[in-house]
Design a protein around this ligand. Sequence first.
Ligand code: GLN
Length: 537
Amino acid sequence: MKEVKYVFVTGGVTSSLGKGIISASLAKLLQSRGYSVTIQKLDPYINVDPGTLNPYEHGECYVTLDGAETDLDLGHYERFLNVPTSQANNVTSGRIYQSVIEKERRGDYLGKTVQVIPHITDEIKRRIKLVSSGDKFDIVITEIGGTVGDIESLPYIESVRQMKWELGSQNCVVIHLTLVPFLSATGESKTKPTQHSVKELLEEGIQPDILVLRTQRSLNPEIKKKVALFCNVEENAVVESVDVSTIYEVPVKMLAEKLDQTVLRKLGLPVETDPPLTEWREFLTRLKNPKHIVKVALVGKYVELPDAYKSISESFIHSGSMNECDVDVEYIHSEEITEKNVSERLKSFDGILVAPGFGSRGIEGKISTARFSRENNIPYLGICLGMQCAVIEFARNVLNLNGAHSTEIDHKTKYPVIDLMEEQKSIIDKGGTMRLGGYKCIISKNSRSYEAYGKTEIVERHRHRYEFNDKYFDDFMKNGMIPVGINPESNLVEIIEIVDHKWFVGVQFHPEYSSTVIKPHPLFVGFIKACIEKKIK
Ligand code: GLN
């Protein structure tokens, strides 16, 4: 068995410092140096998984290929590394406690008192080690959610302390992220919050090895020196992370700051020449020097918190760069769209994306949006609910099935063009009961989707309950909305397209989850290309 090295990333001072981006950037650099790396996120909340969390509070729920509903940070990990994550990459306190309690009920603890230390911490350590089982990885980067000092994160910090003690500092490195605020009144960057935060970590038994200081403006060397001295960290292990215009610049910045070199040195691994990051830099160059610009409307109901559509907006960045195009995305609340104002609201856009979602709120706005795109030949990408809305619209206005709907919204509809599969009808639980994760799909050759993918067999990730009702298959076919993508095992419809349209694609799956910097998703690339063409004409 090879020896796995562990890097832990903690955060202090405030939340939202970007631990996920720093972890992903470090992983990218280590990967470019030839190491196999994975990233894990430990979330201190009690939910068993983020699947039941409100997107307003927690942002998007990201779905892995193996069907786990996870934290959106896993999306960053995949986008940076271009390697799929899995269920093991995201663990919550809920899941930890659930397995400890299950063991207790089974009598596995032989009558012992079950306690946070050692039982919960042992389970946390087991989960950390589990990601690298099977010798898959040289280095595991584990990001601890929340902020040091939170009651909830204590067992995690304690587990990190124990791992460091057990495996030795050559095998475990702790990176602590803090904020160095700039006070404009005095014109100074302040280190006190960092000092306090490190003190807090020390109280919990951990001396950080590396500090990453988030800051609005570049710090002078004196500040770094001061932080090093006061926080008992080597001077060259104090790294600054200045605000940048795109998260994709962070790996390049961290390379310049030698974060990867410092980590390797501390782990006793050889430091060779810097990775050139050629593809990555090319992506950035294209991103920053667009030849085109298109305006895309993202119609959804969680628009107040852009994190709710994180993977979609990142997919636009990847596919935009691929097309040398600046994609200007406007978030539009579907509740604000009506039959009457739809033209006024949407006519200035080069493309329209109708977002995934659940429940009835704003659904009629999405249906009107689909109609507007169809009738006005505006490139349309409908994702999951966005595909279902296009189907409902087509049924109502082209097939004249008055009142056609999805049974999710109107369970008494006369024309249930979107419906539950028979075997799902008895399920009432909400958590983890959807069609989740990767499923195969076979694409017909004569289609926009085939043009985009360049192949007939694909696997895409799902997160939904309802399906295209194949009772209506022939009706749709005959009238020009073609199911061009079909699941070979269940025959379920995965992709629909309108033949007489510039580019109208609805997908039951979520292409946004698998778009990465190095491999932008083909459907997004195709969609943006269609938007550029529409604009030019
Ligand atoms: N609410 C729909 C369903 O469950 C669509 C889900 C989604 O858009 N992810 O099928």
